[in-house]
Design a protein around this ligand. Structure first.
Ligand code: ADE
Ligand code: ZN
Length: 337
């Protein structure tokens, strides 16, 4: 292991952009399909993995949704979440904020209660057995209707204590944040925080809409914000975090190669940027592999890596005292060296 690899592996960090359905590793997918007596479109793990070649977001989403189709029982959601927590425990992730997409499962008749209870039970075990704290973010699928989103939000109200924020994901182009303005207003009125995927494939205008119409606390991705200097200034002035996902950006061709990734430009412009894995089972790496990919391609310094780790806590939805306690852990780690 190289010195930088070891540094990244050991530094305490949080993950803030992670779709639980995107952590579904092929081996577990086949195991769960078998016990639910369902057939996958692929005959083997190798065949499935060979399909993980994407030219854009939509090509990925098609495979991601078909993988999620085998999740039926509460135990399936538990196993999925528990496998992710064990993995990040080995990567020194101390806190995670997880997206889940209840609409993906509702269309197959899987009730909201099974989805959230399985995830929640694993998160509770994550806290007690692994010491990992967590928050849950319910993500609305933007390619579906406002009506479907309303129904989902209404179901979520019963689980208010388990859900911190409402997010927006899925096919970005043609589905601007403005489509969900009313839902997000209701979510805010009910006391949820809001976040949205914006500027991954969509234009800077979608980032403006997420800020102005959805009143988001964070932007997920946000890469294309850099095309608009006024937007960059606004994000910096308001200290709005960007949850950036380098390997995702590479696999979905948001960036041509990792040396062209805008992460350093974002840091240089004073943006509160964090590094995350998005859908690690599909994009070739969990959070540490994402740090390592940018560290190598962009020649990040140790100071920049420390900054990213501190940002991951300051951009989180942890309480202020807890954020400070975590940031001190990062400082103690870096001072030790
Ligand atoms: N759902 C899961 N991963 C996503 C991504 N990177 N962008 C939009 N929706 C998603
Ligand atoms: Zn995402």
């Amino acid at each position: 292991m190289s010195a930088i690899e070891k540094f990244i592996a050991e530094i305490p960090k949080a993950e803030l952009h992670l779709h639980i359905e995107g952590t579904f590793e092929p081996e577990l997918m086949f195991e769960i399909a078998l016990r639910n007596k369902l057939k996958l479109k692929y005959n083997s793990v190798e065949e499935l993995k060979a399909a993980y070649n994407f030219n854009n977001l939509q090509e990925f989403l098609d495979i991601y949704y078909s993988g999620a189709d085998v999740l039926i029982e509460e135990q399936d959601f538990y196993d999925l979440t528990w496998a992710y927590l064990q993995k990040i425990h080995s990567q020194n992730v101390l806190h995670t904020e997880i997206f889940f997409d209840p609409q993906t499962h509702a269309v197959r008749g899987v009730p909201f209660s099974k989805v959230i209870s399985g995830i929640r039970r694993a998160l509770e075990d994550g806290q007690t057995k692994l010491g990992i704290s967590s928050k849950l973010i319910l993500s609305i699928l933007r390619h579906l209707s406002e009506e479907s989103a309303i129904k989902t939000l209404e179901e979520a109200l019963q689980y208010k204590n388990w859900i911190t924020a409402i997010g927006l994901d899925s096919s970005e182009k043609g589905h601007p944040p403005s489509k969900f303005q009313r839902i997000f207003e209701k979510a805010l009125a009910e006391g949820f925080l809001t976040v949205a995927h914006a500027g991954e494939e969509g234009p800077p205008e979608y980032v403006w809409e997420a800020l102005d119409l959805l009143h988001v606390s964070r932007i997920d991705h946000g890469n294309r914000s850099l095309e608009d200097p006024e937007l960059v200034a606004e994000l910096a002035r308001r200290n709005i975090p960007l949850t950036v996902c380098p390997l995702s950006n590479l696999k979905l061709k948001v960036v041509r190669d990792m040396t062209k990734h805008p992460l350093t430009e974002m840091l240089d412009k004073g943006l509160l940027v964090t590094v995350n894995s998005d859908d690690p089972a599909y994009f070739g790496g969990y959070v540490n592999e994402n740090y390592l990919a940018v560290a190598n391609a962009l020649n990040l310094t140790k100071e920049q890596i420390v900054q990213l780790a501190k940002n991951s806590f300051s951009a989180s939805f942890l309480e202020e005292t807890e954020k400070q306690r975590m940031i001190e852990k990062v400082e103690n780690f870096s001072n030790r060296l």
